[in-house]
Each structure stands twice: as structure tokens, then as C-alpha cells.
Design a binder for this molecule. Structure first.
Ligand code: ADP
Ligand code: MG
Length: 243
């Protein structure tokens, strides 16, 4: 299988606090990998290292065969390949819905405004937000904002989509609409790396599940292995607390 991202021996410390220790895993093309684990186990830091919002302290991130932590690699160029969806949406409040999905395409990818709008509309349809093109973020519910944030990331047509607990900031009644969109995306062959607390969702969509505990990958496997036959005591403990 072809690895799009291959993480090798990745570590990250904040001062003397080692938050990630010898992390090894890969995401293959078209695969959906979910990362689960307790709060504080290092999940967000790992995603932030993958897109270089944090500088790893050691290790390699092999992307399409090259270590992007080598000095010669251009961070901005690399980031174009990754779409990121955050817990807190991070929409541009001064732009309307379509503006949010167009601005990065024009500024970063140098697409024409016309092309960018066409592409934005395509992905706003995918997330079911095409009827809201002129709305401002403040006029939207949390679930709608998150769907726009997903469309915005998709509009950049990245190789990999990263999601950091995309439903954690939502009121319970809005979680379903966002997970539904993500399930649909998973079914299209999109490569996705998802941090989530939604265990049923993880079980359903994942090709592989990575369980993190205190900065290490404690266990990794298929949903069947992780949820039905966890090998590690700490995985069992975690699942007992969350399921
Ligand atoms: P998770 O997403 O699994 O809840 P995080 O990656 O957010 O975990 O955090 C893992 C650990 O790293 C926590 O102990 C957190 O306090 C610490 N941490 C995260 N970001 C920073 C930072 N910028 N500076 C110092 N410590 C941090
Ligand atoms: Mg987190």
C-alpha cells in the first residue's frame, strides 16, 4: 500500500515535558485513520506536528516519499497538501460562506476568483451548505459552521484531510450532521486522519484506529481489534471509561 504520510520516530517536547515519544504510524492513500485517547495524551499535538503548526523535536515525517522535516523543504508548499478542520471552526468572521471557501484558493493556490467559486460551490454542495453562500458565520449554527469549515478545507483539494475533534465544540443535536458529512467523505476514498471522541463513529468509518496514551501509541489496529479485542490493558481501561 502506498503511504501518503509516514511518521517515523516522531517526538515533541515543550520545555522538559515530552508530549510525544517515538510515534510511528502511516496513513495510506484512501485510508481513514482515527486517533483516540484520553484528554492530554498528545492527539492534538500530533496533528499539529503533522501539519507543522508545531515543530517536532525529532523524527521524520515522510510525505510522498520525502522527509518534510529536512531543511530544504518549504513548509508552505507542504501545507497545501493538507486540509485541516479544527474543533473551533476558525472561520473568517468577516467573510461570508462562499468567501471563506474562496479566499485560500485565490491567495494560496492562485486560482482565479471564478474557478475558486465554482470549486467552492461543488464542496458546499457536498456538505449541504450551498443554500447559505451569502450567510456570515455568525448567522450559522455550530454544525453549519463546521460543515462550511470542512467545505473550505476540501476546496483546497488536499491529499489528506486532518480533523481535530471536529464535533467536540458542538451542541449534541448538531454532532450527527457533521459526522454524517464525514462518513460520506470517508466513502469517497478521501484520505483522512481524524482525532475523535466519537467511538461509534470511529468504529464505523475507520480502516485503522490508533490509541494514544501519555504521548505514545499504545495500540493500533482495525476497529474490530481495538474495540472488540483490545490487546493492551490501558486500551481496555480507556474503552471502559468512554463506551
Ligand atoms: P490531547 O489533544 O490528546 O488532549 P494535547 O496534544 O492537546 O492532548 O496535549 C498533550 C500535552 O501537551 C498536555 O499535557 C498539554 O498540556 C501539553 N501541551 C500542548 N500544547 C502545549 C504548548 N503549546 N505548550 C506547553 N504544553 C503544551
Ligand atoms: Mg486535543
Amino acid at each position: 500500500m502506498e503511504a501518503v504520510i509516514d511518521i517515523q520516530g516522531l517526538s515533541k517536547s515543550f520545555g522538559s515535558h515530552e508530549v510525544l515519544k517515538d510515534i510511528n504510524f502511516s496513513v495510506n492513500k484512501g485510508e481513514v485513520v482515527t486517533i483516540i485517547g484520553s484528554s492530554g495524551s498528545g492527539k492534538s499535538t500530533l496533528l499539529r506536528c503533522v501539519n507543522l503548526l508545531e515543530k517536532p523535536s525529532g523524527g521524520k515525517i515522510i510525505f510522498n516519499g520525502e522527509n518534510i522535516l529536512d531543511d530544504k523543504h518549504d513548509v508552505h508548499q507542504y501545507r497545501k497538501n493538507l486540509g485541516m478542520v479544527f474543533q473551533q471552526f476558525n472561520l473568517f468572521n468577516n467573510h461570508n460562506v462562499i468567501g471563506n471557501c474562496v479566499v485560500g484558493q485565490v491567495k494560496v493556490l492562485k486560482r482565479s476568483k471564478e474557478d475558486a467559486e465554482k470549486i467552492a460551490m461543488k464542496y458546499l454542495k457536498v456538505v449541504g451548505m450551498d443554500a447559505y453562500v451569502n450567510a456570515k458565520p455568525r448567522q450559522l449554527s455550530g454544525g453549519q459552521k463546521q460543515r462550511v469549515a470542512i467545505a473550505r478545507a476540501l476546496s483546497m483539494e488536499p491529499d489528506v484531510m486532518l480533523f481535530d475533534e471536529p464535533t467536540s465544540a458542538l451542541d449534541p443535536e448538531m454532532v450527527g450532521e457533521v459526522l454524517k458529512v464525514m462518513k460520506e467523505l470517508a466513502g469517497t476514498g478521501l484520505t483522512m486522519l481524524i482525532v475523535t471522541h466519537e467511538m461509534e463513529f470511529a468504529r464505523e468509518v475507520s480502516d485503522r484506529v490508533v490509541f494514544m496514551d501519555k504521548g505514545v501509541i499504545a495500540e493500533e489496529g482495525t476497529p474490530e481489534q481495538i474495540f472488540n479485542q483490545p490487546a493492551q490493558e490501558r486500551t481496555k481501561e480507556f474503552l471502559k471509561r468512554t463506551l
